[in-house]
Design a protein around this ligand. Structure first.
Ligand code: AMP
Ligand code: GLY
Length: 422
């Protein structure tokens, strides 16, 4: 079979490495992939948002199955465009991807169907939002409606900070059209859990839970990033909480999407907060998380292609999905300065023995050598029986990888290890 994976980060590298375990696959194309992914797939220089070029390539190459991994092409209708040409895909169509593409849509969906989430108000006029903030409870959370590269969420500790965020989104158009509407919501507290789930629109099978580490610095300090590391499973996510989430959140969500005429197929990502009042949805994503995928897929025992095809064909109920009873830890190595200013082009040294555990996010090949080409450069994942061993082993590998200005958190997994001891 000929497979195409749209995207070019660590998440896509993890998907490709897992897919490759299936012997029926002859070739995997990555659009655009990156210099590290090139070791595992054929990289094609077509951008993940260039839908006409993606479709043309898929048709020309007689692609049997396409995996559309990032949010942008999903929201822009990449799956719809490929399906029109008869190409089967993993991922939701645009009607369903709106669950991530519009926070106003997802908040209204949760309200309509009684799915637990933070209380909120929607605004399309700046003045009304500013007036509301005069009496809103503080801290408060201001969110741009549309996609904003993970930067469209401001946790405001003061009214002024919240108002500044509103002005930046609605007047200064910091996120373009994404900020034309905004959501202002209640600030929630509690441990965060990411749960990715396979779904064919009717049946939903959750994957092993995970914990992201979003802040740049140790101890959850510093700026928000795309994610500095992950562990799986998440120790806060007990079997009892998992059952509650299935009944109160996961199944109601896919039923709600079906009832709205927007059945969701693919990977639905639940960003949850375990509040004192029970689990609540912080956000939905219409895709695999990054870097959650880099710890979840290495624990998947079932064949990834088979499960993906079952979500497309509507046969997930009959398709087993099982995970290893083990722990995984992924440490992200970034370029010094990330997520603000950083430099690129530093040669990287990754020992051959370590490379199989490396998911490359931002690198390109220059004069035959791999050099850094992004803020998040790569992730290193270790799997072990205990979380402690997984963390230790991930850091042992990190220490063997070198590039100038390499920067990483030293405490990935520390919070999870502490939670296990309670
Ligand atoms: P998002 O971009 O929606 O993933 O939000 C980024 C991060 O902001 C989340 O992972 C949470 O840590 C935090 N966050 C979002 N919404 C809330 C909320 N209502 N209360 C507290 N924290 C939140
Ligand atoms: N790790 C968070 C995300 O993929 O959105």
């Amino acid at each position: 079979m000929k497979i195409m994976v749209v995207g070019g980060g660590g998440r896509e590298h993890a998907i490709i490495k897992k897919l490759k375990e299936n012997p029926k696959i002859e070739v995997i194309y990555a659009l655009p992939g990156n210099g590290g992914i090139a070791a595992d797939a054929v990289c094609v220089p077509i951008g993940a948002k260039d839908i006409p070029a993606i479709v043309e390539f898929a048709v020309q190459q007689h692609i049997d199955y396409a995996v559309v991994a990032p949010d942008d092409p999903l929201v822009l209708g990449c799956v719809d465009a490929l399906n029109e040409k008869g190409i089967a895909c993993f991922g939701p169509n645009a009607d369903a991807a709106i669950i991530e593409g519009s926070k106003v849509f997802s908040k209204n969906l949760m309200k309509k169907y009684g799915i637990p989430t933070a209380r909120y108000e929607v605004f399309d006029q700046m003045q009304a939002a500013l007036e509301y903030l005069d009496s809103a409870p503080i801290p408060t959370v201001v969110k741009a409606d549309g996609l904003a590269l993970g930067k469209g969420v401001i946790i405001a500790q003061t009214r002024q900070e919240a108002k500044n965020a509103v002005v930046a989104m609605m007047q200064d158009k910091q996120f373009g059209k994404s900020g034309e509407q905004i959501v202002i919501e209640e600030f929630l507290t509690g441990p965060e859990v990411s749960v990715l789930a396979f779904t064919d629109g009717k049946t939903l099978k959750p994957m092993v839970s995970s914990m992201d580490h979003k802040r740049a610095l140790d101890g959850d300090q510093g700026l928000n990033t795309g994610g500095m590391g992950t562990v799986a499973p998440n120790p806060y996510y007990t079997p009892a909480i998992a059952r509650q989430c299935m009944q109160e959140i996961f199944l109601p969500t896919i039923r709600a999407m079906e009832a709205e005429g927007r059945p969701f197929k693919g990977c639905l990502y639940f960003g949850l907060m375990l509040t004192p009042q029970g689990p609540k949805v912080i956000e939905y994503n219409c895709r695999f998380g990054d870097p959650e995928t880099q710890v979840v897929l290495p624990l998947l025992e079932s064949d990834l292609l088979t499960v993906m095809q079952a979500t497309t064909n509507g046969t997930l109920a009959q398709t087993p999905v099982s995970f290893r009873d083990a722990n995984a830890c992924c440490v992200i190595m970034a370029s010094g300065g990330y997520p603000s200013h950083y430099e690129k082009g530093f040669p990287m040294h990754i020992p051959q023995a370590v490379f199989q555990n490396v998911y490359v996010a931002g690198a390109c090949v220059k004069d035959g050598a791999l050099v850094t080409a992004g803020g998040r450069v790569l992730g290193v994942t270790a799997v072990a029986d205990s979380l402690q061993e997984a963390v230790q082993s991930a850091y042992d590998m990190v220490e063997q990888i070198t590039f100038e200005n390499a920067f990483y958190r030293r405490d990935i997994g520390a919070k999870a290890l502490a939670a296990k001891e309670v």
